[in-house]
Design a protein around this ligand. Structure first.
Ligand code: SF4
Length: 221
């Protein structure tokens, strides 16, 4: 288990790097839960550059949860054309209908409620909770699991109920306020996508190099 001072140094360096180098993605410019939800559904099995081609167009066609809930399944399928994995479009429409009917049209903020909605797994529930509502939770996807594994030597996990050791690490890593948690989670995503990549991590350029436990990394210049 890394020392808390190390965890805090990691967080500080990562946040500083994110302020300068974070990607200006359109779903980061909003806390509208519907817009965040659409982005998270699109990102479930599709890379960011491709989602960027479809995200705004879809939102122009369906600017609110209500418009999506009222739409015919075929037109939603057409709007999703090119993104693939069409079950996501089907689930998103069903989810919109369920939220209109059972939640007064308000996307739930509680990950435990979100996870019971169609097409929403533990990751998406945590992502919507933190990116729309600034909840203090880390959405552990493949990228973030890899970063935590390399930086802190913890076993990879994608489960919502994190095993004790990882939960303690996550707790130490989480800032006390939701706004900084939001930034930390976005920063972890960007670090995993741009620097701590799956095949060839760019350790020499990594902003958290001096707080990373990966073997040999700290000595590299
Ligand atoms: S130093 Fe290397 S292994 Fe550690 S977080 Fe950065 S890129 Fe990943």
């Amino acid at each position: 288990m890394p020392a808390q001072a190390n965890v805090l140094a990691f967080r500080r360096r990562l946040l500083r790097w994110f302020r300068r180098h974070g990607r200006p993605l359109p779903w980061r410019a909003t806390r509208d839960p519907y817009r965040v939800l659409v982005a998270e559904f699109m990102l479930q099995q599709t890379q960011v550059p491709r989602v960027l081609q479809y995200y705004e167009r879809f939102l122009r066609q369906y600017p609110s949860l209500e418009t999506l809930a009222r739409a015919a399944p075929g037109t939603v399928r057409e709007a999703w054309d090119g993104l693939g994995y069409y079950a996501r479009a089907r689930n998103l429409r069903r989810l919109a209908q369920g939220i209109v009917k059972h939640h007064d049209g308000q996307v739930p903020a509680d990950p435990d409620v979100l996870v019971r909605l169609p097409g929403v797994g533990p990751y998406t529930a945590a992502a919507v909770a933190t990116f729309a509502y600034e909840h203090r939770v880390i959405p552990v996807d493949t990228n973030i699991a890899r970063v935590l594994h390399r930086a802190f030597g913890v076993s990879r996990t994608r489960t919502r109920h994190l095993p004790g050791r990882v939960a303690r690490l996550v707790d130490g890593l989480l800032p006390h306020d939701g706004k900084t948690t939001w930034a930390l989670n976005q920063a972890l995503m960007d670090l995993g996508a741009m620097v701590c990549t799956a095949r060839k991590p760019r350790c020499r350029e990594c902003p958290v190099r001096n707080a990373c436990m990966r073997k040999g990394v700290r000595g590299e210049e």
